[in-house]
Design a protein around this ligand. Structure first.
Ligand code: SAM
Length: 342
């Protein structure tokens, strides 16, 4: 007689230092207690999206609200159990067009599970029309072009953040030295990370709601103590793609996995090295201002330049470099066209 297996090992897949469990994150017993330094996730939003596995098993994304919130609370409790005392939890959730209060209810479940709420970060998905969002406002409201990233921690006294690790250059270089010696300042609590692909495009690939890699990438980089990251709602694997790019050990749980899509996402993340998709309004502002002093040709501006203009031109070069556009003076018009500013 064969005895039933009491604690069957869930199936999993390993890609480099990333481990993906194909089971429910309501039970994280495959992870050691007090092991995870950082949790980055975006749970199902309970809006009727279609999440399905390779074998066409489907998640019910329209649960009754009470059931939905208690499901999330169970997951957040498990996350707390496996988190180190220094652990940080970035919880991404957007409000829906018709329910502007759901994100507040979701973050409350995390607080009820034992996490301490520190700050709300606003993630802007589209800037001045660049970057995708689903049109939903019609003639009743404006579209939602931002979502929350709630910053929560296990122990208020123990956690550490390093905002400058995801810092941005000063627009006014004379500020260098005032608050530190480097040309880096805290990016603030509004993050501009646009979607490169439309929702239609990602649906075609098989998943309705991935976040751009810039989101988990920023979160991981900002945590200096991060040695291990967990995403309890892995989806396509974006969090582990960022972990892979940053050489951090990652763990993900996905109950409805599309294994090839996860593998492809994680491996593709390897090439992601700088958040070139993060475009801050002051960059656009500097570029627009600088356009006024730059000729329409591909050549660099002609001397003699005033001191102020030289400084502005330097800011433009820095800005374009930060955006991943190299040698701007070789093809300035082309670069600006790519930025859709001309
Ligand atoms: C909003 S999506 C996450 C998208 C992800 N951030 C990405 O970039 O691809 C939420 C995911 O949670 C998964 N999910 C739902 N219930 C789950 C459970 N009990 N355990 C693990 N994953 C679950 C869904 O299948 C869906 O892929």
């Amino acid at each position: 007689m064969t005895l039933p297996e009491l604690n069957p090992q869930p199936s999993f897949m390993k890609i480099a230092e990333q481990t993906i469990y194909f089971s429910s994150s309501e039970n994280l017993e495959t992870i050691q207690e007090e092991f995870i330094d950082l949790i980055v996730t975006s749970p199902p939003y309970n809006r009727g999206k279609r999440y399905h596995s390779d074998s066409n098993q489907e998640y019910d994304d329209k649960k009754n609200e009470k059931e939905y919130l208690s499901f999330l609370k169970r997951v957040w409790k498990e996350c707390l159990r496996v988190a180190t005392d220094e652990a940080i939890f970035f919880l991404n959730i957007g409000d829906s067009a018709v329910d502007q209060g759901i994100s507040e209810k979701v973050v409350t479940t995390a607080v009820e599970a034992g996490w301490t709420r520190i700050q709300d970060i606003i993630w802007v998905k589209s800037i001045y029309g660049k970057g995708h969002y689903t049109p939903s406002g019609r003639n009743k409201r404006f579209n939602n072009v931002w979502e929350h990233i709630f910053l929560l921690v296990k122990n208020k006294k123990r956690y550490q953040l390093n905002p400058k690790a995801i810092g941005i250059p000063y627009a006014d270089k004379s500020n260098i030295g005032r608050y530190g010696e480097t040309d880096l300042r805290d990016p603030g609590n509004v993050w501009h990370i646009w979607y490169e692909k439309t929702t239609g495009n990602t649906i075609k690939k098989g998943h309705e709601a991935p976040f751009p890699i810039g989101v988990p990438y920023q979160c991981i980089k900002a945590v200096p103590t991060c040695r291990s990251v967990l995403d309890p709602f892995l989806g396509t694997g974006t969090t582990l793609a960022a972990a892979n790019a940053l050489n951090i050990k990652g763990f993900g749980y996905e109950l409805y996995p599309q294994k090839d899509l996860i593998k492809e996402t994680i491996l593709k993340g390897q090439d992601y090295s700088s958040p070139s998709t993060i475009l801050l309004p002051h960059y656009i502002q500097s570029i627009k201002t600088l356009l006024n002093i730059i000729s329409d040709t591909d050549t660099a501006i002609a001397p003699p330049l005033t001191k102020k203009k030289t400084l502005q031109y330097q800011i433009l070069l820095d800005t374009l470099e930060k955006l991943g556009l190299n040698s701007p003076s070789n093809s300035l018009t082309e670069d600006l066209k790519r930025l859709q500013l001309k």
